[in-house]
Design a protein around this ligand. Sequence first.
Ligand SMILES: Cc1ncc(COP(=O)(O)O)c(C=O)c1O
Length: 326
Amino acid sequence: MREAMANAVVGDVGYDEDSTVNELERRFANMVGKESAVFVPSGVMANQLAVRVLTSPGDVIIAGRRQHVVSFEMGASARNSSVQFALIDDTKGAVRVEDVLDVIDAEQDHQPHVAMVAIENTHMPSGGTPWELDAVVALRHAIGSLPLHLDGARLFNAAVATKTSVAALSAPATTVMACLSKGLCAPVGSLLAGPANLMQRALVERKRLGGTMRQAGFLAAAGIVALETMIERLHDDHVRARALADAFSGAFPESSFDATSCRTNIVAFDHPRAREIVEDLASKGVLGGTIAPRRVRFVTHRGVSDEDVDFVRDVLAHGKDFSARS
Ligand SMILES: Cc1ncc(COP(=O)(O)O)c(C=O)c1O
């Protein structure tokens, strides 16, 4: 990847002169079956471009209450696009079609205009839960022509876990974003794909948000290597995450964590002493974090080996008892 970056042919992205960025955008658009794609520095920016091009100020976006675009972007959608969210339950990852339709229906009761639905696949806070293809297709059918944005920061994990192509998972969506910088191992970068007319507008919004780079081909070259060589290996991350999930559910039986729910690269569970657990494990060399006051999260990636998993098992087997409240 570093070699590809060093040898990249580059140009000014603002003048559409960077052939490596263009090649990455073309490849991604092809993979997800959309007309065109826009390269951006981060997943947040990709989501924010989608919100900008699919909404007008005062509109409502229907989304799961714990999705990244709702809870982890520092209110960016409100700040950048003057929109609000109608939040629905996403405890298990996928949202229920009836909940979405209820919000849309409420427009008849003097409630604000719904401009789009946003979903997340895999759904990070529930533990990297992949949506089944049927569920995405059913949602699309139910909402008719209403725009659907797919936050696919980990779309390739979803594709690997469900043995479904990214094109099929993206087909029901109007716009789809994916991150190159997570399990796919690129240092920087995400992509937003969709219809050509929307992506033309996204280029303007990218400029407005300061995301139009110059010789970004150095970064895009890493992205191309990521798309070519890092997708299949995601399965290894999933196997290791599941092994860790088994170990965590065994070590914290009071959490009622069902390890079989761990299907991709994220191990997440609720525990009343989540922050203490994270702190204790960090002091022993196992790094994770909390994503809510009582929710622990650990993630596997290319830097986590089978030996590391054994190490975590060992630490947990000899660990502190967190079951009693101190
Ligand atoms: C589901 C989801 N969407 C979007 C993002 C944002 O990506 P980035 O950190 O590249 O801005 C993340 C990051 O963790 C994420 O988990």
